[in-house]
Design a binder for this molecule. Structure first.
Ligand code: FAD
Length: 460
């Protein structure tokens, strides 16, 4: 959506190929948390932020991943995002997207910069007019299948149309691959992560099959971070605001709104790896759609005691846990003293109205981080470190930015920001710069040869 709007505004003739019936992708399914750096909202609230503060937060968050994954990030992309994300906020607001409040995540964003979108369908409404411009054509239920390249330049694209027929395009300026990740493709996931993570559930649209990863890989694109499929407890962050989670003993065991990987670790450390989100009926009604998205259906009972018996949890402890939580919410502190969970003024909904509901906690993955390596023009790089002329990407399909996901609110903001820049670059047919030290060849080769010589010297 962002790439289309930007390329169309730059005067390009834009043909958009979308596998589904409608535009919007995962954005309209998402929780709608978005992080911006130096946004007008922050300025109006008197919150100071800076590009460097963001980069420091992002690097700290990514460093935590490095213990478990071979992560490749691009500091240039982090900076590019930080410099342009405030404009994304202004564009979205200008197009009618409404933000309700800030969401503090002090462990991840040490400066408050994340906002909640009021209605995620607003993303689609905001960009729909772009698809009626005279220089934009939208092909829905059409699946991009192959890229055509000649002499290292992308010159065409082949797709399967809604009627099953083959469609071909000649490309004048460029192709932007904005096709999301490979979350809904267990076979592709299984090539990069252990089986349980490949099969783990995912809540979004089922057309994120990594088609563009394969298409670009077939013409030499460098795919990075493909094994960075971050497990998380599958639940909307908005739903979590009104829950507590308890284990078989009926006790809370973690910061329910804490960093994703800590939630997974905490769940896996519980007896039988079993725990439940507990909500009351007010939340069930207010957040029915989010509840319906959960991988396992809720179990309900007219009171907490009977709920505990039904799900095999200690009844007395469950009642105590709920009572303690309600007591905390009745006070004025915004930080729970047991696990440091931050509760927002707008999120102080006690668990009081029967019937009560327990939803099993399930580990899955909404965020895969593998994608194409790009340069500063969002141009796709090949495995030798050279840009592929005429090929651009952004959003979940771009590899070097997505390890920021653990911060929260980064995927939507990153997609809308870098997507816009990719659309502009493609409309111009711009070429970016090669970044030193990011390709697995080139600069590294002499030093490896050098170290072999050094070892030889030692042996001699
Ligand atoms: C439940 C859930 C909650 C989330 N909450 C948040 C949140 O609060 N904050 C946040 O930052 N992120 C969140 N995310 C992640 C965020 O929604 C995605 O990262 C983001 O939408 C990715 O944007 P994208 O444009 O790169 O890809 P997508 O939104 O996935 O869109 C890709 C599009 O490409 C189309 N497509 C794919 N392959 C083809 C093909 N071969 N031919 C034609 N079309 C194709 C798809 O149909 C789709 O329309 C959430 C995701 C989920 C699932």
């Amino acid at each position: 959506m962002a790439a289309t709007a930007a390329a169309a505004a730059a005067g390009a003739e834009v043909h958009v190929i979308e596998a589904l019936d409608e535009i919007g992708g995962n954005s309209v399914w998402s929780t709608g948390y978005m992080a911006f750096v130096n946004s007008r909202a922050q300025q109006e609230a008197g919150i100071e932020d800076s590009v460097d503060a963001f980069i420091s937060d992002a690097e700290a968050s990514i460093d935590l991943l490095r213990d478990h994954y071979p992560v490749i990030t691009d500091p240039g992309l982090l900076r590019l995002f930080a410099q342009h994300s405030a404009e994304t906020y202004d564009i979205l607001v200008g197009r009618g997207v409404r933000f309700s409040r800030f969401i503090p995540r002090p462990l991840q964003h040490r400066t408050t910069r994340m906002l909640a979108v009021e209605d995620m369908m607003g993303f689609r409404r905001a960009f729909e007019p772009e698809f009626s411009r005279p220089n934009v054509r939208l092909f829905t239920r059409t699946i991009a299948d192959r890229l055509v390249s000649e002499d290292g330049r992308v010159t065409g694209l082949v797709a399967r149309g809604a009627d099953g027929g083959t469609l071909r395009w000649n490309v004048r300026k460029g192709v932007v691959l904005a096709s999301g990740g490979y979350q809904s493709n267990p076979e592709l996931r299984a090539r990069h992560v252990p089986g349980y993570l490949a099969r783990a559930p995912y809540l979004g649209i089922d057309t994120c099959r990594g088609d563009a990863h394969l298409m670009a890989g077939a013409i030499g694109a460098d795919l990075i971070n493909m094994g960075l499929v971050l497990p998380l407890v599958i639940v909307s962050s908005s739903f979590v605001e009104d829950c507590i989670a308890v284990n078989r003993d009926g006790r809370r065991f973690h910061d329910e709104a804490g960093p994703y990987e800590r939630r997974v670790e905490a769940l896996q450390a519980q007896p039988d790896r079993c725990a439940f989100y507990i909500v009351d009926d007010e939340t069930r009604q207010a957040k029915a759609q989010l509840l319906a998205q959960m991988p396992e259906p809720p179990v309900s009972a007219p009171d907490l005691g009977r709920l505990a018996v039904t799900i095999g949890v200690d009844p007395g402890e469950l009642q105590t846990s709920v009572a303690e939580w309600n007591e905390f919410l009745a006070g004025t502190s915004d930080k729970d003293s047991r696990f440091g969970r931050v509760v927002l003024p707008g999120g102080r909904r006690q668990i009081v109205k029967p019937p009560f509901h327990a939803v099993p906690m399930v580990v899955g993955s909404n965020f895969v981080s593998g994608g194409m390596r790009v340069n500063d023009a969002l141009q796709v790089m090949d495995v030798f470190g050279d840009p592929i002329a005429g090929l651009y990407t952004a959003g979940d399909a771009a590899g070097g930015f997505n390890p920021t996901a653990e911060l929260g609110g980064m995927r939507l903001s990153g997609g809308f920001t870098l997507g816009r820049l990719a659309g502009e670059a493609a409309a111009e047919g711009r070429s970016g710069h090669v970044r030193e030290g990011t390709a697995p060849k080139g600069a590294h080769m002499p030093s490896m040869i050098g170290s072999r010589i050094a070892l030889q010297d030692v042996r001699d």
